[in-house]
Ligand binder design. Structure first.
Ligand code: AMP
Length: 595
């Protein structure tokens, strides 16, 4: 069944009941020329209505898969967007990940295509990264798990074409992909687009940030003219509004004012630490909080070396970086969700879109390259209404970046100290006492163990004439083990660190450290860039987006950390982070653009 635009039916019962349903909805001007329906919502947990999805009129297979996933009520964005999309309206949505936006567009699409028997794809979803493409495709698959013939295919760069081509040859309903790979498949004729009647642009601002504007426009131009358009973006810069004006037809506009609230649940902190003390500082932080932690670092190499070191200190750790195959990444995330591992050391590219509720702490071990990366990183905690903590490591050189970050995120990031031996030892003591206390409670619950313990106690008293306090001491000694319980490493460097590096007055008065504008975007670490020359240029048909996607797919460099790009006739100049690892530089030497 085709997704058809039917803006005449806006006064239908379904929509009326939806609009009346919430006092949180109101109308707003998108621009001065034209009034566009808008729905302003406060994020709330929804009511306790057990059948929150019934009102949308979804078929039974969708309702069953939602039940299997444990969804009881639609999130605000789902309440607002689903009725509009079911009516075939275009939609402009401002919402971050974590708001349930994927289901908001996926469910109406699945509903409308449940009985689709045609071979060619009907819907195209475009995402900025392969991680998000996989995640969105996985969401489609799980929401359609009970709809027997529904097929979703993900196509993204950095992987072999063959599997994607053979999947596209079979029946497919929805294709989810990244712009570069979508273009390749369209050009090669391996992705048949003549029946596409719905296009979703997910995280559109991200795609623009990565330089995909031309590619997106090229793709839109190839698609059939009569199609439903859905555009989701976390922010609404003028470029996004322009795209909306150019391509969307009388869209319903939905704003979710949840961003602030969500980041408010995250307590943001920083500490001063010199480069050579970072690992020690990290281990000290993990003494206080080590269950459900993500550590963000800049290079793949660092992910593995830090993970090894933490493992040697007794933590359960895994690594997520661009070298790790997709299926293994999924497995790692699954193990993190289930608590088999507690700590994840990741690069930015690999952790994109990661959604694990039990993450309590995000450590920014390496300073993020820009505000968006920072916001994205810390958003890995504080999921699903839980609170979380984010700690940023800052060195002398990075002080003014910290100030810029505070300004651009309009957040005060609170300073904390690296935990001293005293703090750590107090924490260890507290934990030991809690553990002993908890096991005394647990003991009551298991009759068999209780009998065993009483037996052991009787034996100890009879055979060795031990009294209660002797026995208790021996038992605690057993728990402590042979290793020294308290930390007594030299921690004098911590005070020095705090005193010399803090220099808050400097931090507060340094008004000269302004963000220098890069031509492409606001990197507040421009002075840590280096210009690389590549021997391809305009004559090779190369464009900015091609360069970004090649660099991102061939190395661990995050698209956001790429600075200015200048393309000349037969060469290009690209600003890249100054401290790239040798291995990354070697990979850069070999990169190919557009083959
Ligand atoms: P998204 O914003 O699409 O990335 O979704 C964020 C998280 O919310 C994902 O883990 C979804 O599985 C979950 N989610 C989406 N909709 C609902 C819902 N109605 N009830 C419970 N969880 C949901």
């Amino acid at each position: 069944m085709a997704l058809k635009k039917d803006s005449n039916s806006l006064g239908s019962e379904q929509e009326k009941s939806h609009n009346e349903d919430s006092s949180l909805l109101e109308f707003k001007n998108l621009d001065n020329k034209k009034e566009i329906e808008s729905q302003l919502l406060e994020v709330s947990k929804g009511d306790d209505n057990e059948n929150g999805f019934l009102d949308f009129g979804f078929n039974q297979s969708i309702l069953t898969s939602l039940k299997n996933k444990g969804y009881k009520n639609p999130t605000p964005i789902q309440k607002a967007a689903i009725p509009q999309l079911m009516l075939g309206r275009d939609l402009l949505g401002q919402a971050q990940t974590g708001t349930g936006k994927t289901a908001a567009f996926a469910l109406p699409i699945i509903e409308k295509l449940t009985d689709n028997k045609e071979l060619n794809a009907k819907v195209l979803v475009m995402t900025p990264t392969r991680e998000l493409a996989t995640q969105v495709a996985e969401s489609f698959k799980s929401y359609s798990s009970e709809s027997a013939n529904f097929k979703t295919v993900a196509i993204y760069g950095g992987t072999d074409y063959r599997n994607q081509i053979s999947a596209l040859k079979r029946k497919v309903d929805v294709v989810v992909g990244t712009p570069g790979r979508i273009m390749d498949h369209i050009r090669q004729g391996t992705f048949k687009i003549k029946d596409i009647n719905c296009l979703v642009l997910d995280e559109a601002d991200e795609m623009l940030n990565m330089g995909f504007l031309e590619d997106i426009e090229w793709i839109i131009d190839q698609l059939p003219e009569n199609k439903q358009m859905v555009l989701f973006s976390a922010t609404m810069p003028s470029e996004i509004k322009n795209i909306a004006k150019k391509y969307l037809n009388d869209p319903a506009e939905i704003l979710i004012k949840s961003v602030k609230k969500e980041t408010q649940l995250i307590s943001q902190k920083f500490l001063y630490v010199q480069r050579h003390h970072k690992l020690d500082a990290l281990k000290r932080i993990l003494e206080l909080n080590n269950e459900g932690v993500i550590i963000f670092v800049r290079t793949k190499l660092l992910t593995t070396s830090i993970a090894e070191s933490l493992e040697n200190s007794g933590h359960t750790v895994a690594v997520l970086n661009g070298d790790i195959p997709q299926n293994q990444r999924e497995n790692t995330v699954d193990r993190l969700k289930k608590g088999f591992i507690n700590i994840l050391v990741a690069t930015d590219v690999a952790a994109r879109g990661l959604d694990v509720e039990r993450i309590k702490l995000v450590v920014n071990y390496d300073f993020p390259f820009d505000k968006e990366t920072y916001t994205h990183r810390i958003g890995r905690t504080g999921r699903a209404g839980r609170s979380g903590e984010a700690i940023l490591f800052v060195n002398q050189r990075e002080k003014h970046f910290l100030r810029n970050l505070e300004n651009s995120t309009r957040t005060k990031i609170e300073e904390i100290n690296i935990p001293s031996n005293k703090i750590i030892n107090e924490k260890r003591m507290e934990k030991l006492i809690d553990n002993v206390n908890e096991s005394s409670l647990a003991k009551d619950e298991n009759e068999e163990n209780k009998a065993l313990i009483i037996d052991v106690l009787d034996n100890l008293k009879e055979k060795y004439s031990m009294d209660d306090s002797n026995i208790a001491m021996a038992a605690i000694n057993l728990v402590i083990g042979n290793k020294s319980f308290f930390v007594n490493d030299d921690d004098s460097w911590i005070n020095k660190q705090n005193n010399t590096d803090r220099n808050r007055s400097n931090r507060n008065s340094n008004s000269n450290n302004r963000i220098r504008n890069s031509n492409r975007r606001n990197n507040y670490q421009n002075d840590s860039f280096e210009t690389y020359k590549f021997n391809f240029g305009k004559f090779d048909g190369v464009r900015v987006a091609n360069i970004i996607s090649s660099i991102c797919n061939s190395t661990n460099i995050n698209g956001r950390s790429i600075g200015k790009i200048q393309i000349f006739n037969d060469y290009s100049l690209v600003d890249l982070p100054r401290d790239l690892h040798r291995e990354t530089k070697n990979k850069l030497k070999k990169i190919k653009v557009r083959n």
